[in-house]
Design a protein around this ligand. Structure first.
Ligand code: SF4
Length: 485
């Protein structure tokens, strides 16, 4: 096993890239059950869950992701993360070599050696994620057990490092680097967790779901009798700050965000916690948090002006705020957002969009494009449709609007990529939103495309970002118009 792409700190820069609180109401859940979603089988084309590392490492600023996988995984990660050239790298790939594949090396011992070497070079790592991938050798390795073993070894080392302790750790992992790490770490030892980013188990954004799910057992308990709001899903810091200000103005709190900016400041969770999802792909995380007693709020996702208003309204109802007060607090940012959005509406109105499945953000974004920008949605494909998670969103999706003739658009789950491409070629929409691998061939055929990955990396949630989101769709149309002259 070799360790790829782990620069020493000096090289890091510039190298690489009760009654008072409401439950989810049964009304939206009933609507969610009846919402029509077509299911298609066939070949799909989407990133695996490793892609989530690209945005998770920016948010969780003191964690390190060690992908245990093949050269393909390393290449995929390096290409997907090419955008982070000025960031201090906080991920790497432990690549399985021929000796590992041939069974000539003890994979667990190799992994211990790689982790020890990594920690020698990066003693600042507080939390280390072992990220599982597709190769059968990795599946056989059982990274969850490996994480347990490493944690036990670190615990023993940390005890041995305490002043007055006989320095005789009995675990097999012993190195100067590990001792140094245990000595310098605030809690006396790094924490090792494991999750799967394998393409066999996860699609594009599900890597965030499995990562956050792995963190849930480590969240501290919310003291009995206390209540709090937990916003779940990675948000850009600028969006998080805006949301904090609005929650404070509304008098809703305390509010915590998961993931937080530091893995050393994990939010508390317990029966007094109400969950507000900021991303539509966190079903496993939500269920794990519910297992800790938290209760979800039915809300749309904070995409566009209406989605963001519905999202804040759900929290305000849970805190028993009078509707007038909520409306008064939200009026100004909504007005600002409408003003900013107006300049794109003219350009986007009436344009036909085909949205192919990729990130799980398709349905709320298509809803925004149709209802707030006046675009016509030919199809909104989603990799999978979690009706429970989408309960609050469906309330908005079902609203009759002027965009399409019947005020709705088709939501298709799964999908056959060849059939989808044929449909796009026949319909020739003004804009096709799709993954990177499909965009270039379609552009070559004269179709205008938008990379769906950009919508995951960009801050698009909230009132202030509604116009920015519209601009992301206006840009390719402008580019195409310019190319025609
Ligand atoms: Fe690695 Fe599997 Fe993702 Fe390919 S699909 S990059 S093998 S985890």
């Amino acid at each position: 096993m070799t360790l790829a792409s782990v620069p020493a700190p000096a090289l890091a820069e510039g190298r690489q890239g009760g009654e008072g609180l409401l439950e989810a109401s049964s009304q939206p859940e009933a609507a969610a059950r009846d919402f029509p979603v077509a299911c298609e089988g066939g070949q799909r084309q989407a990133f695996c869950g490793l892609a989530g590392i690209v945005w998770l490492h920016r948010k969780l600023q003191d964690v390190f992701f060690l992908v245990v996988g093949s050269r393909t995984c390393a290449h995929m990660l390096q290409s997907a993360a090419g955008v982070m050239i000025f960031a201090a790298p906080r991920f790497a790939t432990a690549i399985l070599e021929e000796r590992d594949l041939a069974g000539l090396a003890d994979a667990n011992a190799e992994l211990d050696r790689v982790v020890t070497r990594l920690l020698e070079r990066r003693p600042d790592i507080a939390t280390l994620f072992l990220v599982g991938t597709c190769p059968s050798e990795v599946i056989k390795l059982d990274l969850h057990k490996a994480a347990e073993r490493l944690n036990q070894a670190f615990q023993t080392q940390a005890v041995a490092n305490r002043p007055g302790s006989p320095n005789q750790p009995s675990q097999p992992i012993q190195s100067q680097g590990l001792s140094a790490t245990a000595a310098t770490h605030p809690t006396g030892r790094p924490r090792v967790l494991a999750y799967s980013g394998s393409g066999l188990e996860t699609t594009f954004t599900q890597g965030e779901d499995t990562c956050l799910e792995a963190l849930v057992p480590d969240l501290p308990a919310l003291p009995a009798g206390e209540s709090s709001l937990l916003v779940v899903g990675t948000l850009a810091d600028v969006v998080e700050d805006q949301f904090c200000r609005l929650f404070a103005e509304l008098g809703i709190g305390p509010v915590h965000f998961f993931p937080p900016r530091s893995a050393r400041a994990l939010p508390p969770v317990g029966p007094g916690t109400r969950l507000l999802l900021a991303q539509p792909f966190l079903g496993r995380t939500a269920r794990s948090l519910e297992g800790r007693g938290a209760r979800p709020l039915a809300a749309p996702f904070p995409i566009g002006i209406e989605g963001t208003r519905g999202w804040f309204d759900a929290a305000a109802r849970a805190w028993n705020l009078p509707e007038e007060r909520t409306a008064a607090v939200l009026a100004k940012p909504m007005e600002r957002a409408r003003g900013a959005l107006a300049r794109y509406q003219e350009q986007l109105r009436g344009k036909r969009v085909a949205y192919l499945p990729d990130s799980q953000l398709e349905a709320p974004i298509a809803r925004f494009l149709q209802q707030e920008c006046g675009m016509e949605i030919l199809v909104a494909g989603v990799p999978y449709f979690d009706r429970r998670l989408m309960a609050g969103e469906i309330d908005l999706l079902s609203r009759p609007q002027a965009g399409n003739a019947d005020g709705s658009f088709a939501v298709v789950e799964g999908g056959d990529v060849d059939r989808q491409l044929d449909a796009v070629r026949t319909a020739r929409p003004d804009l096709t939103v799709c993954g990177l691998g499909l965009a270039n061939p379609l552009e070559a055929e004269g179709l205008t495309t938008k990379w769906s990955i950009e919508l995951v990396f960009s801050p698009i949630q909230g009132f202030e970002q509604a116009a920015d989101l519209a601009e992301l769709f206006a840009r390719p149309l402008t580019r195409r118009a310019r190319l025609r002259f």
